[in-house]
Design a binder for this molecule. Structure first.
Ligand code: BDR
Ligand code: CA
Length: 324
């Protein structure tokens, strides 16, 4: 079993990602760290606890509360006008404040997510994959406090950024935009990094028919996934309609599936990616040098520009129905 740590800002698609990582027979989920993002840290932590408790895995999967603000992006006046990066924005109803699961009766661990991450990685044999699917604040902070963790991380599978696709501003994807400095620190860390951007997640959509199937054949996790797909589709069809309006991306779930079976990612390219941290109109933008226009930049990540939709939906159904 592959050891993994999830870092989430739960969120409806984070919730599906947690369920996949917790239920996949191929993964050993060591713990889940929460971070500010889709909502403030109290919400994303509560939502994470809800998912773990709903699965009946409270004793097995510890939840660690992480950073409550981006590293620096909220400090500059004007940089976050209109869309605050403290998780209180409600531009759409894709997530809601709370995921629709019973309130958690369990609590997060005492230790802060960043210190648990450092400790766990330093004691490891270099066999842990990180799967951050929210703003990269916790991972960047851990790298700054203890840079030696970079040599201990097996690899990092990041959901974030976009090459041709964006969602929060005309130039940026949400996770990278909330904490651009954190994204830059992680991408430049020298770790083995794969980025699953919007270009890939918009290909790996699930449909309302998939939701019906999951509701019928899946257990508790299938039913919850079905309701998240419907909730998201209702928001996406207004906010950012997909080519087929009955479908919706479940971004974070694709990153988990990519660790289980890398074939779910397509058009994987080694390239140099930079993050705009200048605080201007393209703040948080991921600049992907796919065509190798920079002559002096070393490739620092792999980026997936597409995904196998059928394999993705098959994996989600098999895992949620207890067959994988
Ligand atoms: C990312 O932003 C969040 O809203 C989602 O949970 C996902 O991680 C997509 O841009
Ligand atoms: Ca997320």
């Amino acid at each position: 079993m592959q050891k993994v740590i999830l870092d989430v800002d739960t969120g409806t698609d984070d919730a599906v990602a947690i369920m996949l990582a917790a239920l996949s027979k191929d993964l050993d989920l060591l713990g889940v760290c929460s971070v500010n993002g889709n909502r403030g840290i109290e919400f994303t932590t509560e939502n994470t606890l809800r998912v773990v408790e709903y699965l009946g895995l409270a004793d097995k999967i510890p939840v660690y509360k992480g950073c409550s603000l981006p590293l620096v992006s909220t400090l500059t006046p004007g940089r976050r006008d209109g869309i605050p990066a403290t998780g209180s924005m409600d531009k759409n109803n894709i997530h809601g404040d709370y995921v629709e699961l019973p309130p958690a009766t369990i609590k997060p661990q005492e230790e802060h997510a960043v210190f648990w991450l450092i400790d766990t990685l330093m004691k490891s044999e270099g066999d842990i994959i990180l799967i951050p699917v929210g703003p990269l604040t916790n991972i960047a902070m851990a790298l700054r406090i203890e840079p030696r963790i970079a040599d201990k991380i097996q690899s990092i599978m990041i959901m974030g950024g976009g090459y041709r696709e964006v969602n929060i501003t005309p130039s940026a994807e949400f996770n990278f935009w909330v904490d651009p400095e954190a994204a830059k620190i992680v991408i430049d860390s020298g770790c083995d990094i794969t980025i699953v951007p919007l270009d890939a997640t918009h290909k790996a959509v699930l449909s309302l028919d998939d939701a019906d199937e999951l509701e019928k054949d899946g257990g508790a996790a299938g039913k919850a996934t079905a309701s998240f797909i419907r909730h998201r589709q209702a928001g996406y069809k207004i906010w950012q309609p997909m080519e087929d309006i009955n479908t919706v991306p479940i971004h974070d779930a694709l990153a988990v599936c990519a660790v289980i079976d890398p074939d779910v990612l397509q058009d994987l390219t080694s390239t140099y990616v930079d993050i705009d941290i200048a605080g201007g109109a393209s703040d948080g933008m991921s600049i992907c040098d796919i065509d190798k226009r920079y002559k002096d930049k070393e490739e620092n990540v792999k980026v997936a520009l597409s995904a196998d939709k059928d394999l993705f939906s098959k994996m989600v159904k098999e895992i949620m129905c207890g067959q994988a």
